[in-house]
Design a protein around this ligand. Structure first.
Ligand code: FAD
Ligand code: HEM
Length: 400
């Protein structure tokens, strides 16, 4: 990219930011009109609630802002690449997205979109796309080298369904072909794809693997997302909750950059809210099986005991292992003691338990939950590079 093109990019960033919402809305509308098949690929729930609109164009703008030093974004691009690979995004689809993104810049900026500006943005998009395609190709190849690894969608059969709490059910998924399935790092997720009759197309969703790797099945634990007032029920989670043993489901290979390194002897602090319990359970089981005996502290928050997923499993592990301490915060509870506390998670109240030299901190929950506890940890003196987090939606947070 020439210095002149870089200047054109930088000059248009403020205008594109001001028109950000218009640009992204226009882009998705245009793309789904011309390429309706992509409705099977994108999360149309996130289109309805506005979350995805920020993610894709936001990332392109972030790239433009770091045009002088794009290397700074490599960690973020790895995370996006993992999400794309779990959705089986192809290089050909980059051409489609590029065409519509560049046409949208032209249409939204109108007179301001000179030939020079469009040429510079075409170059910037193509460079970013090339970096991402290369990251994704490596991930696809890496999946294929694993024993039992695959690329694309693979049919799995639901072999067992377990009620874990008031709103969460676990689904045990076995490969239909009965062949090997690859191991994963505790904390990673799979994407499942479900046909939604009311929409007339398929919808993909990510679900964290909620147990340690067991060679003959993957376990996911799904919260039934119930709408309220004018907000409709979640499309895929409600469909999955209606599934029965023997039903088939399409699954992609495990992916994700939020996972614990179980061979390290760093202490671990897990902080989860509601359904954010799922990757933590996988991490906890993996630590338990590894026999490392590292110090693990788990702080979980949920509405009340009935909503406390994996309560008995964690209690059992805690009774039998002095390396584990667990604390819960219930919004509603009659009982209060050292372990069970009332209200929302308050990390400062647990300072003596969770501030451990050399510890790594894992947070999973909704966006405001992550933000609040990330900030508490920083206030308590934890360094940014010891904190890892996963948002159960398009990754919008950029806090470290
Ligand atoms: C990496 C990752 C891991 C995840 N792991 C898990 C897991 O282990 N377990 C789990 O249960 N989930 C997990 N999720 C979330 C999961 O992928 C789905 O997002 C979730 O199940 C909701 O999907 P849905 O189709 O039911 O809801 P959607 O139809 O996608 O709707 C999403 C939410 O938006 C609301 N909504 C719908 N329409 C509107 C509207 N017009 N305006 C405002 N709000 C609206 C819905 O009520 C719902 O709460 C994970 C997500 C990611 C990214
Ligand atoms: C340079 C081009 C692209 C950029 C910068 C980009 C950026 C992003 C970002 C930031 C996210 C959110 C990541 C996360 O949740 O952690 C995302 C998710 C996603 N991207 Fe891309 N993307 C690009 C190209 C594509 C292409 C070519 C496709 C396929 C047509 C695609 C499809 C998706 C889908 C389906 C999701 C998940 C959406 C959701 O769950 O709501 N992206 N992308």
């Amino acid at each position: 990219m020439t210095s002149k093109q870089k200047r054109s990019i930088k000059d248009t960033i403020p205008t594109l930011k001001t028109n950000g919402i218009d640009l992204t809305k226009h882009f998705y509308k245009r793309m789904f009109f011309h390429n309706p098949e992509l409705k099977n690929v994108f999360n149309m729930g996130n289109q309805a609630n506005g979350k995805q609109q920020n993610a894709l164009a936001g990332a392109v703008l972030a790239y433009a802002e770091h045009i002088e030093n794009p290397g700074i974004l490599i960690g973020t691009l790895e995370t996006i690449g993992n999400k794309h690979v779990s959705l089986n995004i192809t290089p050909e689809q980059y051409d489609i997205v590029g065409t519509h993104l560049l046409a949208s810049i032209k249409e939204v900026l109108a007179d301001k979109a000179t030939d020079d500006i469009i040429e510079a943005w075409t170059q910037a998009y193509n460079e970013l796309a090339a970096i991402m395609i290369s990251i994704e190709e490596k991930l696809y190849q890496n999946n294929l080298t694993k024993k039992g690894g695959w690329k694309g969608w693979r049919a799995f059969t639901i072999s067992s369904i377990v009620d874990e709490s008031k709103e969460i059910k676990s689904f045990y998924l076995e490969p239909k072909d009965k062949k090997d399935i690859p191991p994963y790092f505790p904390g990673q997720y799979i994407t499942v794809k479900i046909f939604i009759p009311s929409l007339g197309y398929e919808q993909p969703r990510q679900y964290s693997l909620s147990s340690v790797f067991i060679p003959n099945y993957y376990r996911i634990s799904v919260k039934k997302e119930i709408g309220m007032d004018r907000i409709p029920d979640g499309m895929v989670s409600n469909h999955i909750h209606e599934k029965v043993i023997g039903d088939e489901i399409w699954v992609s290979s495990p992916s994700g950059t939020f996972y614990a390194d179980i061979v390290s002897d760093d202490p671990l602090v897990l902080i989860s809210g509601g359904v954010g319990v799922t990757p933590m359970m996988s991490i906890l089981e993996a630590y338990s099986n590894s026999g490392m005996g590292n110090n693990v502290v788990w702080v979980h928050g949920c509405k009340n005991e009935e909503f406390h997923t994996f309560k008995s499993e964690v209690e059992l592990l805690q009774q039998n292992n002095d390396w584990l301490s667990s604390f819960v915060f219930y919004e509603e509870t009659e009982i209060e003691n050292e372990v069970v506390r009332k209200g929302r998670i308050d990390l400062s109240a647990l300072e003596a338990k969770i501030i451990i030299n050399g510890a790594k901190y894992y947070i999973c929950g909704p966006e405001p939950f992550i933000k609040a506890h990330y900030n508490s940890l920083i206030t308590l003196g934890v360094s940014r590079d010891s904190i890892f987090y996963e948002e159960f939606g398009p990754q919008l947070l950029q806090i470290n």
